[in-house]
Design a binder for this molecule. Structure first.
Ligand SMILES: [Zn+2]
Length: 579
């Protein structure tokens, strides 16, 4: 490894301006560092906890990738972290000040996003080579969320505090500014259930971790809280003739006076649990876990659902006066029953309690907001399903990158959508998360551009073309398998060979990264499934055991839903059956 004294840090020059926005941040230089003295970072607003946290994140990610120390120093700085409220709140600028690279955020949050860009555009091939990207970047989307479906004993449900905290840091570096978690009432009998306390504690940990990173914290709300409810207040089951809305959970009829009282009282108890850690966004959800088809509630989406959501919004604002609300229209008019039109009629003379409208579907985006407009002209959010399509169990065979699918879906809506909450069941869709969050940041950034940035940052230089080819084969294979078309076994073998070749070239830090592991394991399992002898080969079973370990799955479980998120390894079981 080359060694230089600290002053040589900034001598490597010559890269061009890239990126979006203005480039009024100074001249362009490129630098090389492999300095045993370390990298000096000056923090210009050290009193801000999130600025200091951002420095710690920068230090950790560089030191993870390079044998170099990153130290805080007031003199001789090679990197400067600063905040300037002349920039928009979440925006950042990366520029040059004499021989140092300065990352400036419009706020501590903007600085964190800028450090994310700086890290992704730096290089780590033995020596640290700081980013040559210069420019200003302003996010387009106002809510760049992520929905952690924290249930079924999936990774979000099981991960330790440090794991959750680190993963939220990683996603914040990509630009998220909000996280939503769900109360796993689908798994819980009542407040007295021994699992209820831990579930609340889990949600509070997410709230605290989000708050510490400057992210907004959101929870979902619907007409369901627990499994054990009096029979006479149970909702009327949805007909769901197209089998798209789901009938999970144990919903309550809010048109029944006792049902309404039950929901308000118990939801109030739930809100109280967040009174000290804060709640920023309440997201109302119509179907799957939710809905009622009784005469007084139907059509649910523009009737019982709106009345209940309005009452829950009022209740929520008693606890949190600045609470924002998102009204989801997921699976409205599936089948058609004038729910969209009913919502538009409602909002033409009211609905002031609704701040955002969320729309999406299992496949293509709903037509109504595209063709007619968003009811009440509210900002429109989407809810891309990044977890389930083309793989079952979800994440059961490793990573599920689907860049072409999400590019296609984004192109349908990028002119109207202002952010969203992708639906996530675990860490296996990490690539999809990065792609979608970067769409929210810059609606014109292609999935391929994000993928290239992801590969360079997470796997290092020199493997981009091969990893892109692997991801392309995995996505094609998933699509053909999902639509019951023949899978190209030669391509599956090629992906496996490419993964072996990449694996041999990766630096240790990348080879040991779970992100590479889950991608590599997916090529193993696709090979065994589609070009080998199936899922009971030693290679397949070893791959699934490793995934079970990474996801913190339970080999034996009492959770009737856990099999949905657990690799299908022989010998795993669900003691109380599977739903
Ligand atoms: Zn009802």
């Amino acid at each position: 490894m080359d060694t230089h004294d600290r002053r040589t840090f900034l001598k490597y020059t010559g890269a061009a301006v890239v990126g979006i926005g203005s480039s009024g941040c100074g001249t362009i230089k490129r630098h090389d560092v492999s300095d045993s003295d370390g990298i000096a970072v000056r923090i210009e607003t050290p009193g801000e906890p999130l600025v200091l946290r951002t420095f710690m994140i920068l230090k950790d990610r560089i030191e993870q990738r390079c044998p170099v120390r990153v130290v805080q120093a007031d003199t001789g700085a090679q990197v400067i972290l600063s905040v300037d409220d002349c920039l928009p709140h979440d925006a950042f600028c990366i520029g040059q000040v004499d021989e140092a690279v300065r990352v400036t955020g419009g706020s501590p949050s903007g600085l964190l996003y800028g450090v994310g860009k700086f890290l992704r555009t730096s290089r780590y091939d033995g020596a640290f080579r700081p980013s040559s990207w210069r420019g200003t970047s302003v996010p387009h989307g106002s809510i760049r969320g992520m929905y952690f479906a924290s249930h079924f004993h999936n990774w979000y449900h099981q991960a330790s505090d440090p794991e959750i905290s680190r993963y939220m840091e990683d996603l914040a570096l990509w630009g998220i500014n909000a996280v939503m978690v769900s109360f796993p009432g689908i798994n819980l009998h009542s407040w007295d259930d021994p699992q209820t306390g831990p579930a609340i504690a889990m949600m509070r940990r997410y709230a605290k971790s989000a708050g510490d990173l400057g992210l907004r914290f959101a929870i979902g709300a619907n007409n369901m809280l627990f499994m054990d409810i009096p029979d006479h207040i149970r909702a009327t089951r949805l007909p769901d003739p197209l089998r798209r809305r789901g009938n999970s959970g144990h919903p309550v009829c809010p048109s029944h006076p006792e049902g309404h009282a039950y929901l308000m009282e118990n939801f109030g108890h739930l809100l109280e649990k967040f009174s000290d850690v804060g709640l920023d966004i309440l997201c109302f959800w119509p179907y799957d876990e939710g809905g009622c088809a009784c005469d007084k509630c139907q059509p649910w989406g523009c009737n019982g659902y709106l009345k209940l959501s309005r009452d829950l919004a009022q209740l929520g604002r008693r606890f949190f006066p600045d609470l924002k609300t998102v009204l989801s229209t997921w699976m409205f008019d599936t089948p058609p029953e004038s729910e969209w039109q009913g919502l538009a009629d409602y909002m033409s003379s009211g609905g002031e309690w609704i701040d955002y409208i969320l729309a999406d579907a299992h496949e293509d985006f709903p037509c109504y907001p595209l063709d007619v407009g968003v009811p009440g002209k509210r900002p429109l959010l989407n809810f891309p399903e990044i977890s389930m399509w083309g793989n079952w169990p979800w994440g059961g065979f490793g990573a599920n990158p689907l860049p072409a699918r999400f590019q296609r879906l984004w192109d349908q809506v990028k002119h109207v959508v202002e952010g969203g909450f992708p639906y996530s069941e675990g860490i296996y869709e990490d690539i999809n998360k990065a792609i979608v969050v970067q769409f929210y940041w810059n609606r014109e950034q292609s999935a391929r551009t994000t993928l290239e940035a992801y590969i360079a940052y997470e796997f290092g230089s020199g493997v981009s073309e091969d990893v892109l080819a692997i991801i392309g084969i995995l996505e094609t294979t998933a699509g053909r398998s999902y639509t019951k078309q023949p899978v190209d076994a030669d391509e599956v073998r090629r992906a496996r060979q490419l993964a072996d070749a990449v694996n041999a070239r990766l630096p240790d830090w990348a080879r040991q990264n779970w992100r590479w592991e889950i991608l590599n394991l997916r090529t193993v399992l696709d090979h065994e499934r589609f070009a080998g002898d199936g899922l009971e080969t030693p290679a397949a079973e070893a791959a699934m055991r490793r995934l079970i370990d990474l996801y913190h799955c339970q080999m034996e479980t009492d959770d009737p839903y856990h099999h949905r998120v657990r690799p299908p390894l022989r010998g795993t079981s669900s003691r109380s059956g599977e739903l």
